[in-house]
Design a protein. Sequence first.
Length: 283
Amino acid sequence: MTIEGERIYLLGATGRVGSVILQELIQAGVQTTVYARSPQKVPAADNVLVVQGTYEDMTPFEKSIQGHTRLFLLVADREDLDKIKIRFGECAYAHGVKQIVELSARRLPWRSFNVVHVHQKAEDTLYAIKDRGYHVALRPTNFMTNMTDYGTIKDRDVIVDSAEPDEPQEWISPNDIGHVAARILLQPLERHKDVAYELIGDVKTPAQRASIVSKVTGRNITYKQQSVQEMYDFFIDNGETPSMAYYMSCYQFCTPISRGLPLLLGRPAETTEVWAASNKHLF
């Protein structure tokens, strides 16, 4: 589904979400520019141009954004995430970009978690710019890959969390986030305009997750509930910032699966079962 004359710029194209977007744009044949700290991580393709740059010095971005019609804006979690997003977004609009698709975060009560609040500040600031192009915000909940990031399943056959065993929790597949973003970037601008999409792909309890991973791996995976303090210390010991450790150990919001997600995906959303089966190597 290639749109004639489009040039798409990707910020954050080498991670779990961005790499999915890049592959779909390559397959679609659309001209794509990737801004990357490490160009060697970007797969080579005839329709892909790589610009080496960093968040700290955006001169390469300023020199290369002209002539692009759309920008995918993803900044990895860090304390100054909002400032970085705003600088790049303002620059893109000033150079005539017609649509920004921003990877934001699940909308929560104002200032309840700093790691979410910085996304909200960036999203609200970009949306408030006058005479700008369209702004589409993607607001995903907890990534399914969070289940495997700390090695407790692979190393100890255990899932750890502060939640009750039967407490429902929200999840989304990173693959689904990337697929939604790619489809939006390849669809007519007027289809999405200035919308913000909440992305909740599945709801599962810790006990259900343990059962699913047990079935996928053929091992007996158990769930161990820990105190909030124990989980906070666990995340700090694994190198997370205090803001991220607080979020990961305390998050307890849960709403139903996003009903419109299959419309955005053009297929059913990935369930935890499907995602786990496709990522068995991570366990």
